[in-house]
Design a protein around this ligand. Structure first.
Ligand code: 13P
Length: 254
């Protein structure tokens, strides 16, 4: 099913963004309007801005998401934020299993699975990140790593309509390096094959985003690749001009 799926272009602000950044978000919401007929747009600001960003974006085509949540539904977990709290803030999605948490915070596939389950229980979209490290890639283990992450991080019962997979090669994040277009095509096809084998027809409709050094300059080329159904953008989502340029590139294809 090459590129018949409505794309999602999502921004991950990581640990960037203060109250004054809401003005940048307003520009993104405004600029997204002209692409709303063909693209879904999401920004994941830091947790401190979730409620304000959701309020500000209400009634626009820009959705707001969180960057992480707890694997527990509630309880004595000082400093953690539950999926229900994210939903209560007005946000609609949560990124889970980002490599900065898998590697930087030692999160396992089992942790990511539990977080994904909490996200789905809260009625939110789970954007489940997978991706190989540079050494895994050099050792030729990319597909086996992705397969393990797919099998062990995605809730077996879906529902697929609330799932998004983000393929982010760890070595491409924040480095300005990207896999070749052929490699992206091959790996997105591989991920699609797994989703169809695990979920049948529903798996054929799950969006697979590419993430890792997506910029205005390379977005159009990436957007054309089969089974690339959007992007997860880090650095280039912080400035409305850059992010809207990426939206435009996806819009020109779809
Ligand atoms: P960059 O776009 O800055 O490489 O970050 C990608 C990313 O980690 C998005 O989640």
């Amino acid at each position: 099913m090459p590129n018949t799926i409505r794309p999602l272009v999502a921004g991950n602000w990581k640990m960037h963004g203060l109250a004054h950044s809401l003005s940048e978000l307003a520009l993104i919401a405004q600029g997204s309007e002209q692409h709303k007929h063909c693209i879904d747009t999401l920004i994941c600001p830091p947790a401190t801005l979730l409620a304000a960003a959701s309020n500000q974006s209400a009634g626009t085509c820009l959705a707001i998401g969180a960057q992480d949540c707890s694997s527990e539904p509630y309880g004595a977990y000082t400093g953690d934020i539950s999926a229900a709290m994210v939903a209560d803030s007005g946000a609609r999605a949560v990124i889970v299993g980002h490599s900065e948490r898998r590697q930087g915070r030692s999160e396992t596939d089992a942790d990511v699975l539990r977080k994904s389950q909490r996200v789905l229980e809260a009625g939110l979209q789970a954007i489940i990140c997978i991706g190989e490290t540079e050494s895994e890639m050099l050792e030729g283990r990319t597909e086996s790593v992705l397969l393990r992450q797919l099998k062990d991080s995605i809730p077996a019962n879906g529902p697929c309509s609330s799932l998004v997979i983000a393929y982010e090669p760890v070595w491409a994040i924040g480095t300005g390096r990207t896999p070749t277009i052929e490699a992206i095509a091959g790996l997105h096809g591989f991920i699609r094959g797994y989703l169809v084998s695990a979920f049948g027809r529903d798996g054929a409709a799950v969006r697979i985003l590419y993430g890792g050094s997506v910029k205005v300059d390379n977005a159009a080329e990436i957007a054309c690749v089969d089974h690339v159904n959007g992007a997860l953008v880090g650095g280039a989502s912080l400035k409305s001009e850059d992010f809207l340029g990426i939206l435009k590139a996806f819009g020109s294809i779809h």
